[in-house]
Design a protein around this ligand. Structure first.
Ligand code: T5A
Length: 245
């Protein structure tokens, strides 16, 4: 008996959301909260971070955050961030998106543009070339820029650290962090189709509500799209029924 060929339906590509912002702006807190909301909406979600996300990239994270940049210079530091990103993109992010999973990433290429590019003055042509190799066309669908006065972010990070030592970037002074903030705002202005600035002041729940509203507006999760599509179909059916009556 001839068998009918069964077509495997490819899952719709997942969405790629990156979280950016200064030190202590609440990215890790908010990424967890968004993942919970997406999971509750039956969206398969992967939370990851940069530098890091794979064993190799986590090893490089340890190297860069220990202050290696001060020894080797900011250009070579950019290469280390790029090496970590390449491993992360190819082993984790791209396969997850292809499998239909939504990827939430704590920092991504905008961090390199801000920290190494704008603040470290690395030639943008070098950063363009590194991006072409590491991420190619894999741009985020949405970048949430968590915006907070620099002193508030630094005091949140210090409160969390307690008596522990500040890392390489946390140890920089307030003017550095204010420039950081302005650099992120500039990136958001230059890329309005991708970036949304989120007011990161207020309680974690206040910020989470702002983020959820933005995600629903920009990228309705599949369950909501289905609900909207069903509502539209029902409305069309009612209109047709009335016209036929
Ligand atoms: N970097 C990274 C580069 O230079 N180039 C690159 O290409 C990349 C990818 C990463 C460093 O690497 C640099 C940038 C960074 O300096 P990291 O340790 O990951 O280092 O540092 P951050 O990404 O800055 O992460 P932090 O953990 O410092 O800050 P978060 O994640 O923004 O903040 P979070 O959520 O941990 O919150 C900080 C504290 O504030 C509290 C939290 O409970 C926590 O204690 N908090 C709030 N308190 C009051 N109100 C709220 N709304 C709060 N939200 C959180």
């Amino acid at each position: 008996m001839a068998r009918m060929a069964t077509k495997q339906r490819k899952p719709a590509r997942g969405r790629f959301i990156t979280f950016e912002g200064g030190e202590g702006s609440g990215k890790s807190t908010q990424i967890r909260k968004l993942a919970e909301r997406l999971e509750a909406a039956h969206v398969a979600t992967l939370v990851t971070r940069e530098p890091g996300g794979t064993p190799g990239a986590e090893a490089l994270r340890h190297v860069v955050l220990s202050g290696m940049g001060k020894l080797i210079g900011v250009e070579l530091e950019s290469l280390l961030f790029a090496a970590a990103r390449d491993d992360h993109v190819h082993r984790v992010i791209a396969p997850a998106l292809a499998a239909g999973t939504w990827v939430l990433c704590d920092r991504f290429a905008d961090s390199t543009r801000v920290y190494q590019g704008i603040l470290g003055q690395v030639d943008p042509h070098l950063l363009d070339a590194l991006e072409r190799v590491t991420i190619g066309d894999l741009k985020p669908d949405l970048t949430l820029v968590l915006d907070l006065p620099a002193d508030v972010g630094l005091s949140r990070a210090a409160a969390r650290r307690g008596t522990g030592a500040a890392d390489r970037f946390e140890a920089e002074g307030a003017p550095f962090h204010e420039r950081l903030r302005q650099a992120y705002l500039q990136i958001a202005r230059d890329n309005p189709e991708r970036c949304v600035v989120i007011d990161a002041t207020g309680t974690p729940d206040d910020v989470a509500d702002r983020i959820w509203t933005t995600v629903r507006e920009r990228l309705a999760p599949p369950s909501e799209r289905a609900t909207k599509a069903n509502a539209k179909t029902r409305a069309n059916a009612r209109t047709k029924a009335r016209a036929g009556a």
